[in-house]
Design a protein around this ligand. Structure first.
Ligand code: NAG
Ligand code: NAG
Ligand code: NAG
Length: 439
């Protein structure tokens, strides 16, 4: 009997111990999992994003690097021929992460993202947001925005774009960067032309991990999908590394051919407000020039060029680009004026033939015409995009009001070309609406 009792007690103890063991194992697994989760949340590493096809709001915030990660960087961290950003500044690191997760996203979804860069200084916040809005409204493929801005504007950009993410969750990602210049000549570069327009010259050196980019000025309005201009990259032959439109169609009113005191591209020069760039090729090429006996790399050419021509240039970095492509014309793909349609194309009567035929693709309201009364037709387009409430019907809340306000501008030459401003826009709206109807 006692023997049975012993055996029974032994069994009970054994069962109890087994139970304890299983319980402790279970507890430690749970604990592990919890720790891993906490760790993943704390470290925005790329492998974590990798598994996510399309990052949600929180994923994006990680990548943008919150306020801690993306410390503002004032003026310059530049050594001649060599870029240095502190590790905690949003730069190459953030970019590497975003390009990694992006690549996965585009492979998974089977289409390429268009990369759009803009440089915003001073009072350009609203104008820049309106440009980005037009990019979002008509594009059917996803976008990535590189916003270079003065430190004071970073918070405003971030909060505006995060609000948009609620509507356009899968459609775009963004990163915000400080303005950086070569250390030794920061003041000189900043003063050149507008406060920070020359930043675009340094994009191949700042965005080292990026292959290609569409740079646009803040006063651009897309009237057709960004992916359509992006597609021109694939028309490049092996020597093209950038694409731009001519500065003028009509040499009689051209600026460069009448006034420039430096070399320029082609018959009338080029306009750099809409510039498609294969950054990889910018970084690889040796550029012919009139300063050294040998061709120079991009990072070597800019400063000597500025030194040589600074007293002779009027339009800042656009003039420098003209000089460079004067000596390297085979590297430039020239696209037609409807990709960069400016008041010059209609101010004395229409002189952009391609726009006459196919409509305006990209509107460029330079010389402040979105904000003054000199070219009301340009202003009408800007206002229509700016005022359009996301989510409304684009035909009734964007196109129709725009057509009505263009009607009031027919006393100007550009107003008389108003139907060219809406020709492409109509098609873009239709095609976005068709896409929205698909399941
Ligand atoms: C840019 O140029 C590089 C080097 O020639 C090439 O590998 C890459 O595919 C080009 N990018 C695009 C988008 O065509
Ligand atoms: C600058 O312009 C002056 C006057 O037209 C000209 O003589 C000079 O050669 C120009 N400088 C350069 C570097 O082209
Ligand atoms: C590429 O096209 C340009 C004209 O845009 C031309 O000058 C150049 O020779 C072409 N390059 C090649 C390799 O065909």
């Amino acid at each position: 009997m006692r023997c049975y009792l012993h055996a029974f007690l032994l069994c009970v103890v054994f069962t109890f111990l087994t139970f304890l063991y299983v319980f402790s194992q279970l507890a430690s697994t749970l604990e592990d999992r919890e720790q891993r989760r906490v760790r993943d949340d704390a470290i925005p590493d790329s492998s974590h994003h990798f598994s996510r096809k399309t990052p949600g709001l929180s994923g994006l915030r990680d990548r943008e690097g919150g306020p801690d990660r993306c410390k503002s960087l004032s003026v310059s961290y530049w050594k001649p021929y060599y870029w240095r950003l502190p590790a905690d500044v949003c730069g190459v690191n953030c970019l590497l992460e975003s390009s990694l997760s992006e690549r996965t996203a585009s492979v998974v979804k089977g289409h390429e993202r268009s990369h759009l860069a803009v440089v915003a200084c001073g009072p350009r916040l609203e104008e820049t947001l309106t440009m980005l809005k037009s990019a979002l409204l008509f594009s059917k493929k996803p976008l990535h925005f590189y916003v270079f801005a003065e430190d004071e504007l970073h918070d405003s950009f971030r909060s505006a774009l995060e609000v948009w993410l609620k509507t356009f969750r899968l459609k775009f990602t963004f990163a915000i960067y400080p303005i950086t210049f070569p250390k030794e000549n920061a003041v000189e570069w900043k003063r050149l032309f507008k406060p920070c327009a020359s930043q675009r010259l340094f994009l191949p050196l700042i965005l080292k991990e990026v292959d290609s980019l569409l740079y646009v000025d803040t006063d651009i309005i897309f009237l057709q999908p960004v992916e359509d201009i992006w597609a021109l990259l694939f028309q490049f032959n092996s020597s093209h590394l950038a694409a731009m439109a001519p500065e003028h169609e009509e040499p009689r009113i051209g600026w460069y051919n009448r006034f420039a005191r430096h070399p320029y591209h082609g018959n009338t020069g080029i306009n750099s407000g809409v510039m498609l760039m294969n950054l990889t090729r910018f970084r690889e090429k040796f550029f012919k020039n009139d300063m050294a006996a040998v061709p120079l790399k991009w990072e070597e050419i800019l400063m000597p060029l500025l030194q040589k021509y600074k007293l002779n240039i009027t339009w800042g970095d656009q003039d420098l680009l003209n000089i460079i492509f004067h000596h390297n014309p085979e590297s430039l793909y020239v696209f037609s004026c409807q990709w960069n349609y400016r008041p010059d194309h209609c101010i004395y009567g229409s002189n952009c033939q391609q726009a006459e035929q196919e409509g305006v693709f990209i509107l460029h309201g330079n010389r402040g015409v979105y904000h003054n009364d000199k070219q009301p037709a340009f202003r009408a387009v800007y206002e229509a995009i700016k005022e359009f409430p996301f989510g409304e019907n684009m035909e009734t809340s964007l196109l129709h009001p725009l057509e009505a306000s263009l009607q009031t501008t027919t006393h100007t030459y550009c107003g008389r070309a108003g139907h060219l401003f809406t020709k492409r826009l109509k098609q873009s709206i239709k095609s976005v609406q068709q896409q929205d109807k698909l399941p």
